[in-house]
Design a protein around this ligand. Structure first.
Ligand SMILES: Cc1cc2nc3c(=O)[nH]c(=O)nc-3n(C[C@H](O)[C@H](O)[C@H](O)COP(=O)(O)O)c2cc1C
Length: 370
């Protein structure tokens, strides 16, 4: 019997059974993954400090003492502060005009509801600092940052017994964060949903694993199957960080129209473009993407201004059911998501498939769980 390759140093440091980390905005998914023996991180960038506190308490009621994480973002290049109206007034004219032109040409009416933007963590640098206070007060097991370096939090988090994880897309960012003492480093490749760099998952994971020493490396970007999990561990990762995988699971609170798009999509249906947020971001293709890729289109506005334009259009698309204009962050692994399974089953299936890959490759069965 061989040692169980899924019992990694990430499992040891968190006291979890499977090295599978779910990133999600849905607290039901957090509870289901945590209770299945995985680890979940709740994205809280779009919530007020009071909402974050309520979510943390709700999750604790569902998972008891089991650990979970909160994700915030700390982008350095957005304005220090400012209200949504002040930011809107600063949207560059060329992009504002082009967005208006798209809406006119496609007969997109104004939204019925106001886009929920005010508390969005990466509109200004001020908002995430306030969100951070509640996460520190609540002493959540892990504070992860999907955008921007979290090293300024290290001391305060460690004093409270919390781990800090940074997400990187380049080896030099990884080196900086490792030297500062992050507790785990998420090495994310081009395949990923959301904000990504240009280096592919295979290359970034191997490069970061080579310099990480004892710090667990968590592979991210396009990971949706047990084969991907086995590959990530073989590359030197101690676990996987997954986002797209949970979008269409049973517990996910995503709109059904988005779930259906995810279930239908293949790797070719995603686009890596700055047209959604102003940072390069992988999302499902839509008419909005087509419009901003036209030769006559201006370059998307920088963050956060492009997001203000997109958010208004997105709200119209949702309010008026304009499916061609609906999009969501999704990675290239989306093509492997073909059914709506319960989150618990996704965790178990992924672990089982990874173990059988190791068994096939080595010809040796892993030690059974105690
Ligand atoms: C719908 C969706 C929303 C996301 N929103 C955030 C976010 O608010 N903050 C963040 O750090 N990462 C966000 N991400 C990125 C994930 O944290 C993760 O890095 C990415 O999904 C990994 O790639 P994968 O989707 O191919 O697994 C989001 C991903 C998805 C699918």
């Amino acid at each position: 019997m061989a040692k169980n390759p899924l019992q990694t140093k990430l499992c040891d440091s968190l006291g979890i059974e499977y090295p599978i980390v779910a990133f999600t905005h849905c607290k039901d998914v957090v509870a289901a993954v945590t209770n299945a023996g995985g680890f979940a991180v709740m994205g809280e960038t779009h919530h007020t400090p009071d909402e974050i506190e309520a979510d943390i308490r709700w999750i604790r009621e569902k998972v008891g003492d089991k650990p979970f994480g909160i994700d915030l973002v700390f982008p350095a290049s957005v304005p220090a502060m400012g209200s949504i109206d002040e930011l809107k007034a600063q949207i560059p004219q060329a992009q504002r005009d082009y967005a208006e032109d798209i809406k006119k040409r496609h007969n997109i009416p104004p939204p019925k509801n106001t886009p929920e933007l005010y508390e969005l963590g990466w509109m200004t640098q001020e908002v995430p600092r306030k969100q951070l206070e509640v996460v520190l007060d609540e002493k959540v097991a892990v504070l992860a940052s999907g955008l921007g370096s979290p090293v300024f939090i290290l001391e305060a988090a460690h004093e409270r017994g919390m781990q800090v994880w940074g997400l990187v897309g380049k080896p030099r960012q990884a080196k900086r964060e490792l030297e500062a003492g992050v507790d785990a480093i998420i090495a994310q490749g081009f395949d990923a949903a959301g904000h990504t760099g240009a280096i592919g998952t295979f290359s970034i994971v191997s490069q970061v694993a080579a310099i990480a020493g004892d710090t667990p490396v968590i592979a991210a970007g396009g990971i949706t199957t047990g084969t991907h999990l086995a590959a990530a561990i073989t590359l030197g990762a101690a676990g996987v960080w997954t986002g797209t995988l949970w979008l269409a699971c049973r517990e996910s609170d995503k709109e059904m129209v988005i779930k259906e798009k995810v279930l239908r999509a293949t790797a070719e249906d995603t686009s890596h473009s700055a047209c959604v947020s102003g940072f390069t971001m992988r999302t499902l293709k839509s008419k909005w993407h087509e419009e901003w890729a036209k030769p006559e289109a201006p370059k998307p506005a920088p963050a956060p201004y492009q997001l203000l334009l997109f958010a208004e259009m997105k709200q119209s698309a949702m309010d008026w059911n304009l499916e061609d204009f609906m999009t969501e962050a999704a990675g290239q692994g989306v093509g492997f998501i073909n059914e709506m399974k319960p989150a618990r089953e996704i965790v178990f299936d992924m672990a089982e498939e990874a173990l059988s890959v190791f068994e096939d490759v080595t010809g040796v069965a892993a030690e059974a769980e105690e």
